[in-house]
Design a protein around this ligand. Sequence first.
Ligand code: FAD
Length: 301
Amino acid sequence: MNAGEVFGTLSEKIKDVRRDECMAAHTSFKVGGCADILVMPGSTDEVRYVLNIARQLDVPLFVMGRGTNLLVTSKGIRGIVMKLADNFSGVEFDGTCVTVKSGTPLAVLVLKAMDHSLGGAEFLGGIPGTLGGAVCMNAGAYGSEIGDFVEEVYAATWAGEVTLSRSEMDFGYRHSILSDTPLIVTGARLKLVACCRDESKDKLCGLNEKRRAKQPLEYPSAGSTFKRPEGGYAGTMIEQAGLKGVCVGGAAVSEKHAGFVINTGCATPEDIISLIEKVQQHVFEHCGVMLEPEVRIVGQR
Ligand SMILES: Cc1cc2nc3c(=O)[nH]c(=O)nc-3n(C[C@H](O)[C@H](O)[C@H](O)COP(=O)(O)OP(=O)(O)OC[C@H]3O[C@@H](n4cnc5c(N)ncnc54)[C@H](O)[C@@H]3O)c2cc1C
């Protein structure tokens, strides 16, 4: 890849394009090497422009939201990283439905819905990602998932735009069709429920308080490191295997919630990966369950 050529071509149409951008600044783990090119489009046209350039110049493309479920390796990401976050944010209400652009933070969606006396999605308010990341991951908490509220998902390809229904999205536990199909979500239409604003606010505050009490939000992390295994909780299994507080370099299993691997301040991506592997191995030896990471590891190994 000729990074100069890719940068120049993208910059012809898009304002926010960066070269050799350190991904630690774009992920909640606050670690990671550089992306060759980071581009932050502001419209669907710009998204499609990026897709076309990546295709024409045969450059690999990775899409991200706020990087709250990503671990980028030290060697970084080759090719183009397209970040759909603040530049690609907005919500529009229509009765009990809301059309949300993919870069919209979930907390913003929930607060704006509340202003329109719409609720049901308060469980999303404490998840630090974007609508696009949440749809891709089928993010959820406290017994609900975003997929339950999705009417349609809008996605871009280099050739055009497509609309996917909820059933076409194939939502499952932390899974959607986007886990296997490289589509770029540009937005989604959700159906919420009419509610009393104050009740919705109390619910949100209660859930966020619960998070603060149980989760190590004071440290960089990507939330729950592992998916919930069948028949139990990853955090409980990790604790029972005696791994609370175990460290590799600057990465640690949180003392507050064993399901979180945290960056204590000086972790490298490889410390975090080694700790994830160590936890997997010890939990398997202890109770025969192989934990599957929920966090997505990206970049050159
Ligand atoms: C403190 C903390 C608490 C958390 N709590 C929860 C929780 O309760 N429940 C939960 O489910 N998760 C939780 N998470 C994880 C994370 O916030 C969610 O997975 C979130 O949905 C990721 O959104 P994102 O925008 O950060 O996506 P990213 O991390 O940037 O990307 C995640 C995945 O989505 C893909 N993706 C992102 N945007 C798009 C797009 N526009 N089109 C196509 N694919 C896209 C990426 O390629 C990647 O595979 C937590 C994380 C943290 C740090």
